[in-house]
Design a binder for this molecule. Structure first.
Ligand code: ADP
Length: 336
């Protein structure tokens, strides 16, 4: 299914790479996680050892991959990129781990989607830099121990609760990334507009920030669409106005508070079809034609954060703010 916070194609990925800050100092916002990582890196540097394993948790597009790259860069170590879905068997992980050079930083995105058998291999690898490779089948099967080069694992997950406890416990530190303040997103946009060579007055930057769902990836994406719009329709090449911002975002179905089509579909379905809930996650996901995991980790966190949606033990419920946004009376208010 479509995931609005994920990169769209190779070209977008390349641009995204160009927009990535290269050091902790350039990384905007997230003061808590930045401070925690800084200490971890400084301590490792003093002792001349690889930094402890790091787990980064938070919705897509908040900077987990970027931070993994920064960890490698700041500790002057090579970086290897992989992802949970690419690790289907323990053998995939064994091949990856045994090819690491000493001190390498291994980034595993969506680590909660790794195969179970690989997870168990990873416990030992993280703890003792060692794996057991099974050779043969049935009664004749034996395991051969294999020593690994010391490495730093940086795992990323949309929700740390999706990881089994034994795996979570083996990370020296878990950083929880929060949605960004508008003022931080304005700084991201300012920096990216320099890279993309587009100038914008403050009100235009502010409007993009306000409509980016607290997410730098979305801010950068909207900025590119605004730049396109200004290029085609604008008065001056390379300059975008607030009018360009409003027109471009309307064209791409970004509503006045930054909700996109999927956000609105979830709210609309919850309110109209399920009378505001409570409704179970999987029922809601089927009704909007999305995977439950996408609804849960991409759509819901922001709707919860702005007070539109509640997660209760009996299911998802629409909050009064959501009715107001959809221009509908809240049932309790309407009943008065
Ligand atoms: P995640 O791995 O959490 O999905 P990424 O690290 O891929 O997110 O970030 C997505 C995009 O947002 C990248 O282009 C990155 O440059 C930008 N970005 C994320 N966090 C920041 C930040 N704190 N400052 C500047 N740009 C950021």
């Amino acid at each position: 299914g479509r995931n609005p916070a994920e990169p769209i194609d190779e070209a977008e990925l390349a641009i995204e790479g160009a927009l990535r800050p290269g050091s902790l100092g350039e990384f905007v916002g997230q003061p808590k996680v930045r401070g925690q990582l800084q200490l971890l890196l400084d301590a490792a540097r003093i002792q001349n050892r690889p930094p402890d394993h790091i787990l980064l948790a938070g919705p897509p597009g908040l900077g987990k991959t970027t931070l993994a790259m920064i960890v490698a860069h700041e500790s002057e170590r090579p970086l290897r990129l992989s992802s949970g879905p690419a690790i289907q068997h323990a053998g995939d992980l064994a091949a990856l781990l045994s090819s690491l050079v000493p001190g390498e930083v291994l980034f595993i995105d969506e680590i909660h989607r790794m195969a179970r058998s690989a997870e168990e291999m990873l416990y030992l690898a993280m703890e003792d830099f060692r794996i057991d490779i099974m050779v043969g089948k049935g009664a004749g099967a034996t395991s051969i121990p294999l020593d690994l080069a010391p490495f730093t694992l940086v795992g990323a997950t949309t929700r740390s609760g999706l990881l089994p406890n034994p795996l979570r416990d083996r990370f020296g530190f878990t950083g929880h990334l929060e949605f960004y303040e508008d003022s931080d997103l304005e700084k991201v946009i300012e920096r990216s507009s320099r890279v993309l060579d587009v100038t914008m007055p403050e009100d235009a930057r502010h409007e993009i920030a306000r409509r980016s769902r607290g997410t730098p990836r979305i801010a950068n994406r909207l900025l590119r669409r605004v730049r396109d719009y200004a290029l085609v329709h604008g008065q001056h090449q390379g300059a975008a106005t607030i009018e360009d911002v409003n027109a471009a975002l309307e064209l791409y179905d970004v509503d006045p508070i930054g909700l996109d089509r999927l956000d609105r579909a979830v709210l609309d379905t919850l309110v109209r079809r399920f009378r505001g809930g409570p409704v179970g996650l999987s029922t809601l996901a089927v009704a909007v034609g999305e995977e439950a995991e996408t609804v849960e980790s991409v759509v819901e966190p922001y709707l919860v954060r702005i007070g539109f949606l509640g997660r209760t033990p009996r299911g998802r419920v629409a909050m009064p703010e959501a009715y107001r946004h959809l221009g509908m009376p809240h049932p309790e208010v309407a009943a008065l």
